[in-house]
Ligand binder design. Structure first.
Ligand code: KG4
Ligand code: ZN
Length: 355
């Protein structure tokens, strides 16, 4: 077994995307590929776990072959395997873990199970001007909304989180109310560009009291009531302009709430750097509003390119590489976790080696 893995195969299968990548600690990202199951789940209006697992079984190995061949390398050129071990859908996670562990066993190299949210959190590190530690991270995905104080890889302190729906989940539910397909975030964002921001004002939940927790369920009810109120008796939905106005007001309310809490978190921790990660960090309005708000307090916002905001294999390959470099490995067990608090992760013992 090699001691210093440098070229890591990353496998992401926690939800409805099969993401594969190869990250090299000396040369960066060598290649990556994503297959989205969105079309498989579209008719159900959300992810169907059993269909997700079956599709990962079909797609993971062919995608690994494709990425290796795109990179011009073979299995024997890989030094370590990283797979998402949680949090996520158990069956879907099992597929990536079983394939990852089997490949590592066959190739006689180490394997490591990666925390999906740590992957998101570190995705901005794949960009040209990565943030330096310490910083505050806003994790906003379909399943999580968290503010985390990050001192180093593996050193995470939770500052606040959603008490109910995650921000992405709120986008998805609002989209459903407007009969827009899943995933709803990008759909709402697109429709919102046609909306009149003056027409409706939606609440900014929990911003009028101190603290860094979030709650989006009241905003969801407010959105539903607004949709109902403006739906004519002879139609299933409001008229097109009203739909766009609602999308706009909803997006503004979520973004404004996130911006207020991020600014508060930076002030509370006395930090000048914020990273945003997870699917909702692809939202253009969120990025713009944060840039404007943070410039006023002399702080900076960092995020990954769009394709690395949502689920992808590159963030798993990168994160696994850092942990493997620090000497961490997982035993030859297929252990996955549907729930897995970020703070349970061990710190990197030999952080000096991290490239
Ligand atoms: O990180 P991600 O790909 O998967 C999870 O780990 O959950 O996040 C998916 C979430 C979905 O809820 C989706 O609607 C949301 O991210 N999302 C967006 C945008 N792109 C994706 N939300 C708002 N604006 C976007 N542009
Ligand atoms: Zn994710």
């Amino acid at each position: 077994m090699k001691n210093t893995p440098v070229r890591v195969l990353g496998i992401e299968t926690s939800c409805d995307e099969t993401g594969i990548a190869v990250y090299d600690s000396d040369n960066g990202l060598l290649g990556h590929h994503l297959y989205s199951q969105a079309a498989v789940h579209a008719e159900y209006g959300g992810v169907v776990p059993e269909l997700a697992s079956r599709d990962h079984i079909r797609k993971t190995l062919p995608l690994i072959h494709q990425v290796l061949s795109d990179c011009g390398i073979q299995g024997s050129d890989i030094d370590g395997v990283a797979y998402t071990a949680g949090p996520g859908l158990l069956g879907a996670l099992m597929v990536g873990a079983a394939i990852g562990q089997s490949l590592a066993f066959g190739w006689q190299i180490p394997a490591i199970g990666v925390h999906h949210m740590e992957g998101h959190l570190l995705a901005p590190m794949l960009e040209d001007n990565p943030p330096v530690f310490p910083f505050v991270a806003l994790l906003v995905s379909g399943g999580h909304t968290q503010l985390v104080e990050v001192t180093a890889i593996g050193e995470y302190e939770l500052l606040g989180e959603s008490l109910d729906d995650a921000a992405g989940e709120a986008f998805d539910k609002a989209a459903k109310m407007l009969d827009l397909p899943y995933p709803g975030g990008p759909q709402i964002a697109r429709l919102a560009t046609q909306g009149d921001p003056q027409r409706f004002r939606f609440p900014r939940p929990m911003t009028d009291r101190p603290g860094l927790d979030f709650s989006f369920s009241g905003l969801k009810t407010f959105t539903l009531n607004t949709v109902d109120k403006h739906t004519p008796a002879d139609s299933p939905l409001p008229d097109e302009q009203t739909m766009a106005d609602i999308a706009c007001a909803f997006e503004e309310a979520v973004v404004d709430t996130l911006v207020i809490k991020c600014r508060r978190a930076l002030q509370q921790t006395d930090m000048k750097r914020l990273i945003i990660a997870g699917g909702v960090s692809a939202n253009l309005r969120l990025r713009e509003q944060l840039e404007t708000a943070l410039a006023k307090i002399d702080a900076q916002v960092f995020y990954a390119r769009n394709e690395f905001c949502t689920d992808n294999g590159a963030m798993i390959a990168y994160t696994g590489c850092q942990r493997l470099l620090a000497g961490q490995r997982d035993p030859l067990n297929i252990r996955v976790k549907a729930r897995w608090p970020l703070h349970e992760l061990p710190p990197l013992t030999s952080a000096a080696e991290v490239g």
